[in-house]
Design a protein around this ligand. Structure first.
Ligand code: ZN
Length: 319
């Protein structure tokens, strides 16, 4: 072999080694892929995870249901399934709230991915009692976030799940949870104070679907929904007729649409009331099963509860 060939051979070997080096570089995890991925379902749960994980560089939170999405009806996409497969922790509401996702949760559990139902995790918590129902596929009403003490329990479950996932940041998660529990107590006082403005006889809340039973139980409201606990079953004309009779009889001034449920049933109810010669106003749009868009009036859980209570009290007072 002459020197030229040896040089060429050495050069090509160097280039090959360099390329190999490059390809190895791309396969080693970078900083972002070292983070633990947490997948959440509803916007309320995504908010809760973000609050408790605030300031942690070790986890990323991805909520699969955006604002305005109805979780009862949401069908997971192939992209959601892929995200969940690659994740390190999945946190969902449970009690059949995510009506179309049960199978996927089971699959993820069987793959060994910690898949946590907030509701199931709180079963033995002191002060947590779920409202029973035989109305849809579940046995308990899933809209538990409207009970602030229950949501405090959910915050504790979230904190414990994050500590299990990332023990290095235990102190951070504990201190975030402590601050948040205090904020939830302040929120509960705010709600109590605002509702004092309403006499018990005017505490009637009529909305698009039965999302407010926990709210009703806490604050002595008579709560009615045009649709039932899940939005999966359509409202019948009978339901609308009965509710219209009730509104006329009780001379109720305001009913409410919900951001994640089409307005048509509430508008049909308003029309049915009008047909009986009585006027009921649409008192505003409540956030029931989803927070508002980021930057909106109710883009966090704390803001959502305040916004709802303000909307309800203001509308009932002025009608
Ligand atoms: Zn609902």
């Amino acid at each position: 072999m002459n020197k030229k060939i040896i040089l060429l051979f050495t050069l090509s070997l160097l280039v090959f080694t360099f390329l190999l080096g490059c390809s190895q570089d791309t396969s080693t995890p970078d900083n972002t892929s070292e983070k633990k991925s947490v997948i959440t379902t509803s916007t309320m749960i995504t908010d809760l995870a973000q609050v408790i994980a605030n300031g942690s560089d070790n986890v990323t939170i991805t909520g699969i249901m955006g604002p305005g999405i109805d979780p009862h009806l949401y069908k997971p996409t192939a992209g959601d399934a892929e995200l969940m497969q690659k994740s390190h922790l999945i946190v969902y509401n449970g009690l059949h709230f995510e009506g179309q996702m049960g199978q996927l949760f089971k699959q993820m559990k069987s793959r060994g991915i910690p898949t946590i139902s907030l509701a199931d995790s709180m079963k033995d918590y002191e002060g947590v009692s779920f409202i029973e129902t035989d109305e849809f596929g579940g046995t308990h009403d899933p809209h538990m976030w409207f009970d602030i003490p229950i949501w405090k329990g959910a915050a504790k479950v979230m904190k414990d799940a994050l500590i299990e996932l990332d023990p290095q940041n235990k102190t951070l998660y504990e201190s975030n949870a402590k601050v948040y529990l205090e904020e939830l107590d302040q929120l509960a006082s705010y709600v109590q104070n605002r509702l004092k403005e309403l006499p018990v006889e005017s505490r009637v809340l009529i909305t698009a679907h039965d999302a407010f039973n926990y709210f009703g139980r806490m604050y002595d409201f008579d709560v009615r929904g045009v649709q039932g606990i899940s939005t999966e079953a359509e409202a019948g004309t009978r339901d609308i007729k009965d509710l219209a009779d009730f509104i006329v009889e009780r001379k109720i001034g305001a009913i409410f649409v919900e951001a994640s449920v089409p307005r048509k049933n509430i508008e049909a109810l308003q029309a049915a009331v009008k047909a009986q010669g009585f006027n009921v106003e649409i008192g505003g749009e409540l956030l029931s099963d989803s927070l508002s868009e980021p930057g909106g009036e109710a883009d966090t859980y704390l803001k959502m509860i305040r916004y709802n209570v303000d909307t309800i009290v203001n509308a009932i007072q002025s009608n």
